[in-house]
Every structure is written in structure tokens, then in C-alpha cells.
Write a protein that binds this ligand. Structure first.
Ligand code: AMP
Length: 384
């Protein structure tokens, strides 16, 4: 779940930026101002209580705010995240938001503050007043709203600075630039929450088919270096020809090539929940590369899984595959199959051992049919 609060004085551009944010990140929009105006229009009890205060540019009581916001949140339990506009506006409301997030078993990821000078706010709101039809978009009330902001709302920032999730940005810039700045903040926050799985296993253990199915089930991006390299071979690129030669000799592809391909994949995968890596890292060097790549994007490995299958079963599976149209260039004959198994033994097993000491590797029994093994892995991932 991604939960964001947009902060800033009236006229900072919160509403404008919200329009693009809700689409881009599929967020449920909660503007306390809009909710209050709706209550007023419906002449509800809450609306009638809030009407005079809003017209004068004051802040509506926290009791009223908690009621309207709780109602909206509980009416939308399936939301994939919330975007708060105009809330929290008081220190008490910051605590209220904490409580609401706990109730939903989630938390606020970031509070983004659009910082604009007072005169910019006034000019923008007076302009908006020409068409908004809002009675509070006139100069006297605007000044009052800004005074309330300074007095009661600005102190809220400290709450989020203390929590380490406050991000201020220059709201005087053009709309597009502010949008880009906001995206950068949110993407970095999202990266921290990525769920990254590394899937190990000998060739023939079922990593590929399991990886694809797991990626689908958990909404992860499947990163299979073998598949990426295949694509290069198929495209008959220079790189592809080189890779093919290495494959023919049963050798590993140099790290420089693999790193480039993975980095491109990570960078181009905006808004994913996480990655599932198959066939990478294959060597100790590559394990450092993966740690570094994820760290560079503010992320890390979440779970490491190894599918265990006895050697004789592996050989028989790979041999069977070599006789079908799923035959890979590297399992065309027994000597190549054996070479790959040896490569795994010599280069990848030490990586698994390293990870086992560092993070712990979940060992999965790879015997049995596909669904059974899939269930075993899913069960372990669901625990996260
Ligand atoms: P807005 O549309 O966010 O500019 O809000 C318009 C008016 O609604 C504000 O000037 C306040 O009177 C009231 N209001 C909106 N949100 C809140 C809030 N979180 N706490 C108190 N009053 C609010």
C-alpha cells in the first residue's frame, strides 16, 4: 500500500498535483476540503457545523475531521493506497492519521510539502476565485486561511521531520517540474518497500517455470538473465553472437553484459511491487553486484529461496527437456548438461552459502508436481 500526504498552504498546487498522482499510482484521493464541501452541499449535520468556519477561513474542529475521514477510509477498504490532500492540518490530526493507518495495518510512506511564498498563494487563489465559485477564495478569507496555516498547520511538519518522512520541495516551479519532483520522492519511497526474491536451484530444478508463476501471483517483475540473453541471441545482435559462443562452450556470460541488462530492467520497471531474480546472481561477484544494484535504487533482497532436487532427477529432467522443443542451446547433449551442473556446484553454491549465513535461505523440496512445489514456495513468500 502506498500512502502519501500532500502538504502545503492553500494555493500551493495540492489539488492540481493530486490529479496526476491518483492516476499514476492508483491512489484513492481524500481531500478533507472536498469532503466538507460535499457535507455542506448535502446540508448534513457535519456540513452545517463546518459551514461558518470554512466561510471565515478558519479550521474545522478535529472531531468533525476525524468523522469524515474515518467514514471515507472505512468505506474503501480495498484501496491500494490513499492520497491525503489538506489533511493532516493540525498536530492532533497527525496523531489521528497515525491511528487510522494502524487500523488499516499500514503506514504513511511520505508527506510531501509544496513550499510556496505567501504572495504566490494569494495570487493563485485570487485567480482561482474567478472560476472556482468557492466563497473562501476572496482576499480577506485567503489571508485568514494562510494565517491559520502558519499558526496551526506548519507545526505539523515537525511531526513528520521527526519521523523521517517529510519531503519539502519548491512549489513555485512549473506544474510539470513539481510533478517530476514528487515522482522522484515517491519512487524512492516505493523502492524501499520493494519485495525482492532471489530464486536459486540447479538447472532443471524448475526455477524458470516456478519463477514466472510466482511473479504473476505476487505481482513481481520476473528478471531472468537467461531469458534476457536469449532475446539478444534471437535478435542476432553482436552481443547475441558472443553470448551464443559462450553458451556453446557451456560457459558463463561475463558480468558486464549481465549487469547492463539487469540495470536496464530495474530502471525501466516503474511502479512494480518488486522483482524475482532467477539465474542471477550466479557467482560471488554477481551477488555483490545485485546487492549494489538494489542498494543504488534504495532497495534490498527480501527473500532467498532455493529449490532442491536430487542430482539424478535433475539429469533426467534436463535430458527429457533436450528431446522437446523446449530444448535450450545449453542442454543439447549430456556433456553440456554435466558442465552446467558443475558450474552451478562450483560457482553458485558458494553464493547460496554466503546468503544462507547472511540472511538465511529458504530451502524448498523441489520433488513432486509443479503445483505442489509452487504451493510450498508461495506459502513461504506469503509469510512476508
Ligand atoms: P481546502 O479545500 O483544503 O482548501 O479546505 C477548505 C477549508 O476546509 C479550509 O479552509 C478549512 O476551513 C476546511 N478544512 C479542510 N481540511 C481541513 C482539515 N484537515 N482540518 C480542519 N479544517 C479543514
Amino acid at each position: 500500500m502506498l500512502n502519501v500526504a500532500l502538504f502545503g498552504p492553500p494555493g500551493a498546487g495540492k489539488g492540481t498535483q493530486s490529479e496526476f498522482l491518483i492516476k499514476k499510482y492508483n491512489l484513492f484521493y481524500i481531500s478533507t476540503g472536498d469532503l466538507l464541501r460535499k457535507e455542506i452541499k448535502e446540508k448534513s449535520r457535519l456540513g452545517l457545523a463546518a459551514q461558518g468556519i470554512i466561510a471565515a477561513g478558519g479550521l474545522v474542529s478535529d472531531e468533525i475531521i476525524v468523522q469524515i475521514i474515518e467514514k471515507t477510509i472505512t468505506e474503501n477498504p480495498d484501496a491500494s493506497g490513499f492520497l491525503f490532500d489538506g489533511f493532516p492540518r493540525t498536530y492532533i490530526q497527525a496523531y489521528i492519521l497515525e491511528g487510522l493507518m494502524i487500523k488499516l495495518n499500514t503506514s504513511l510512506n511520505c508527506l510531501i510539502s509544496l513550499e510556496v511564498e505567501e504572495e504566490v498563494s494569494v495570487t493563485r487563489l485570487l485567480n482561482r476565485g474567478k472560476t472556482s465559485g468557492r466563497s473562501d477564495d476572496n482576499e480577506v478569507v485567503i489571508r485568514n486561511r494562510l494565517a491559520e496555516y502558519q499558526d496551526k498547520t506548519m507545526p505539523v511538519l515537525q511531526f513528520y521531520k521527526d519521523k523521517g518522512i517529510y519531503f519539502g520541495l519548491n512549489g513555485n516551479q512549473a506544474i510539470d517540474i513539481v510533478s517530476l519532483d514528487i515522482q522522484k520522492i515517491i519512487n524512492t519511497e516505493l523502492a524501499k518497500n520493494l519485495f525482492n526474491v532471489v530464486l536459486f536451484g540447479y538447472p532443471g530444478s524448475g526455477r524458470g517455470s516456478q519463477g514466472i508463476a510466482l511473479a504473476k501471483k505476487f505481482g513481481l517483475e520476473y528478471v531472468a538473465t537467461g531469458q534476457m540473453l536469449e532475446r539478444e541471441i534471437k535478435n542476432k545482435s553482436e552481443l547475441g553472437k558472443r553470448i551464443n559462443e559462450l553458451y556453446e562452450n557451456g560457459e558463463l556470460v561475463p558480468d558486464e553484459i549481465v549487469v547492463q541488462l539487469i540495470e536496464k530492467k530495474i530502471e525501466n520497471s516503474n511502479g512494480v511491487k518488486g522483482f524475482i531474480f532467477k539465474g542471477f546472481p550466479r557467482t560471488l561477484v554477481q551477488s555483490y553486484i545485485l546487492d549494489g544494484l538494489l542498494k543504488k535504487h534504495g532497495s534490498q533482497i527480501s527473500k532467498i529461496v532455493e529449490i532442491e532436487v536430487p542430482t539424478l532427477e535433475l539429469i533426467s529432467r534436463l535430458d527429457a527437456r533436450s528431446k522437446t522443443n523446449r530444448c535450450m542451446p545449453y542442454d543439447r547433449d549430456t556433456s553440456k548438461i554435466v558442465k552446467r551442473l558443475q558450474e552451478h556446484e562450483n560457482k553458485t553454491v558458494p553464493v547460496i552459502e554466503k546468503y544462507n549465513q547472511l540472511h538465511g535461505v529458504i530451502k524448498i523440496d523441489g520433488m513432486g508436481d509443479f503445483d505442489l512445489v509452487f504451493e510450498r514456495i508461495s506459502e513461504e513468500l506469503e509469510k512476508s
